[in-house]
Structure formats: C-alpha cells, structure tokens
Design a protein around this ligand. Structure first.
Ligand code: DOR
Length: 387
C-alpha cells in the first residue's frame, strides 16, 4: 500500500485505506438521511483496560484500539493493572512496542506504586517521558504519606495523578470511595498536584468534587456511562452488570447527571474493562468486576441523555472529546468520525470489535452509529453496512 508523503501513517495493520474517500464509504450504506449525518471530533477516553501485557486473552492493545476506532474514539489512556505492572521503563517497554502498531493514539499510564502494591513508589521520574499520567487503577493507595510523596513528585514532573478511590478499611462501597477521595483532595491541596478522580459513582463524591472546585483546587473527575444510565433497580443477575465501583441508587445516578450537566464532572470515561466470556458467566456475584464500554458509549449517551434533553450534543462532545484532552494535555489532531444520528438500531455486544462482549447495554435500542473513523487522513474504521 502506498502512503502519501507527509501524512502520518497510523499503525501497521492492513485495515487502513490511505484516503478518506467519504462518498465511496457512504454509498455502501442504504437509507441514510443526509441531514442526520454528522462529523464529530475523535473522542478521548482516559480510562480503558487493554490487558496487554499479561492478560491478552481478555483484550490486546490491537483489539482494544480497533474497538476504540469503532467507537469514534481516537485517543485512549490505558490503565496499568497489567503483568508486569508498568512501574519502570523496563516494565513499560512491552506496551510501548505494541502501541507502535495501533490505529489510534494509545497513551499508557505508569503506575504510582511498584507492582500497584501501595508500598513503595514506582520509578516516576524515569517513566514520566513515556506515560500520560500516573494511576494505580484497580486499587487505592492507602498510605497517606506515600500518596503525598507521589503527588509531590508527580507535580514536579507536571503529571496528573488519576486516583482509583477505594479505602478498603471501610465496609460500605460508597464510604470506601468518598473517604479516599476526600483524602486525595486534601493531598492535592497540600501539594498542588493535579488530581483526577476515576469512575465516581456516588452523591457524596460529587459533593466533595463540587466543594473542591469552589475552592479552586487542582481537581478533576470522570464518571462512566453505566453510572449515568443505570441504577440498582435496573440491574439483573448477570455478570454484565458487575463492575467496581458498583452501580448505586437512583439518587446517586441523578446527582451524577446533574454534576455532568453543570460541569462538576469534567468528562466521561468508559472504564472499558474486558474479561473472557467464562469470567463473566458466573452471574452477578461470581463474575469478575469490569464491563466493556467503548463501542456502546456514544450511542447510549446520545440516546439516553441528548435525545431526552438532559444534555446538549455540544456538552456531550465537550465531556467526551475536548475536556479530557485539555486536562491530560492530549492534542486533537486531524481525527474525527462520521456519525449517523438518524437510524435506530439494537446494540449487539456479540458484534463488538473488542474481545470482551460483556456489556450492560447489550440489546438497547439506540441512535448514533459510527460509520467511519479517520485518523490523520487514514480511514481506520468503517462500519459493516449490514445493521
Ligand atoms: O470494574 C472494574 N474493572 N473496576 C476496576 O477497578 C478494575 C477493572 C478491571 O481491571 O477489570
């Protein structure tokens, strides 16, 4: 395949066509309403699990990137709960090698602590040039002194700390979240470090963030589509509803929606967390925590929030594309997707590009279908014309 000079080639996979030939792509779809087609900027998802190295039976960097491209997402930040944990440049290297192949921008997190064990800090200084930010996602960092030191050093390096807030000394999941969040906000205030709270799920957390922002602290946060579109009353006894933190009560959902609308919640990240079919087949109680989220994100949020008048399309795009890039310093290149906002269809998780197919929105009737994703002049995804 010939690639035009001066255009950055993304990846090495043979899934690309070297020019964005919109008319030929469009002609393969029938029944599109031209007034309901829209170009949107490539989304940026700061919380995904691509499982490589260590757990490539769940997802690989390549399949994860393809799932992102199919979701109109052109930049992702990959969490470090891997084997080995990227706590040194040596341990990060296998990921960096794989990332060279991907069709979209994949930016790894470095871990905060060695092995994500919460006992000693990772090689933050050595990792800094290669990672987007630091996180121990999957677990909290219980030791106050260690987190203070991590924030102090991360601030010097100009990096965000993205905190999975879960203090296991408490029984109740909501208290686990807000206790560690409260501590992290305090440490961010002390050190000046940019702190980002991962996957917030409760009303208490929302109010802590709101207060922190009123005090102009260097704090941001994300929530995930399942916390915005689901609540306890809608859960079924199935592994595809199982994740950590768990979906909470209707009052929590409502507080998160309000906070998303008024900007207290800066961005939506999917926490795309694929597992094997077997690992998700053991009912709600027995299945592993984590659901796939990339390929359902925009259709479910557009249908559930924009079409119902809770959020404008501009606000949704801000929370999915611009706000995460701004906070994490990820530039928006010539990366966008063509969306059909006019054809209703049924989400079928078995057809996802991701190796993970356990999704709480499987079977939902939605509007918003990604037809094509373009990265620096290259088509990196085209939808199957057969709905
Ligand atoms: O549901 C979750 N899945 N929550 C986490 O904190 C980790 C993640 C995973 O890695 O599967």
């Amino acid at each position: 395949m010939m690639f035009p000079e001066g255009i950055k080639k993304y990846g090495t996979e043979p899934v690309f066509t070297p020019s964005a030939d919109f008319s030929s792509v469009l002609s393969s779809f029938s029944g599109l309403d031209p007034d309901r087609l829209m170009f949107l900027p490539g989304f940026c998802d700061v919380h995904v699990h691509f499982r490589e190295p260590g757990f490539s039976y769940k997802e690989t960097i390549r399949t994860g990137a393809r799932a992102a491209a199919a979701a109109g997402t052109t930049a992702v930040c990959t969490m470090p709960n891997l084997n080995p944990v990227p706590d040194s440049v040596e341990h990060l290297r296998p990921q960096l090698e794989k990332i060279k192949e991907t069709c979209i921008q994949v930016l790894p997190y470095g871990s905060i602590t060695r092995g994500e064990k919460g006992q000693e800090l990772a090689d933050l200084e050595a990792l800094a040039p290669y990672v987007v930010a630091f996180s121990d996602d999957g677990v909290g960092v219980a030791d106050d002194g260690l987190m203070r030191e991590a924030m102090r050093r991360s601030d010097e390096l100009g990096k965000v700390i993205a905190g999975h807030c879960e203090d296991m000394r408490y029984e109740d999941p909501r208290e686990r979240e807000w206790r560690e969040l409260e501590r992290n906000i305090r440490l961010s205030d002390e050190t000046g470090c940019a702190f980002h709270a991962c996957h917030l799920s409760t009303v208490e957390s929302v109010s802590l963030i709101r207060d922190a922002k009123k005090s102009h602290l260097n704090v941001s946060c994300e929530t995930a589509p399942h916390y915005l579109l689901l609540n306890r009353d809608l859960l079924e006894d199935h592994g595809r509803f199982r994740m950590n933190p768990p979906v909470q009560a209707k009052a929590d959902q409502e507080a998160l929606l309000e906070a998303l609308s008024d900007g207290t919640i800066d961005m939506i990240a999917t926490d795309h967390a694929p597992h094997s079919a077997e690992e998700k087949s053991r009912g709600f109680r027995g299945s592993l925590n984590g659901v796939v989220g990339l390929e359902s994100a925009f259709p479910t949020l557009y249908t559930g929030l924009v079409k119902t008048g809770m959020l404008s399309l501009e606000q949704l795009v801000e929370r999915m594309a611009f706000s995460p890039r701004k906070r994490f310093g990820i530039p928006l290149g010539k990366e966008f997707a063509l969306w059909d906002l006019g054809t209703e269809y049924v989400l079928d998780a078995s057809r996802f590009q991701s190796l993970g197919h356990s999704c709480p929105f499987d079977g939902w009737k939605v509007l918003g279908r990604c037809l094509m994703t373009v990265m620096e002049g290259f088509v990196v995804f085209t939808a199957d014309p057969v709905l």
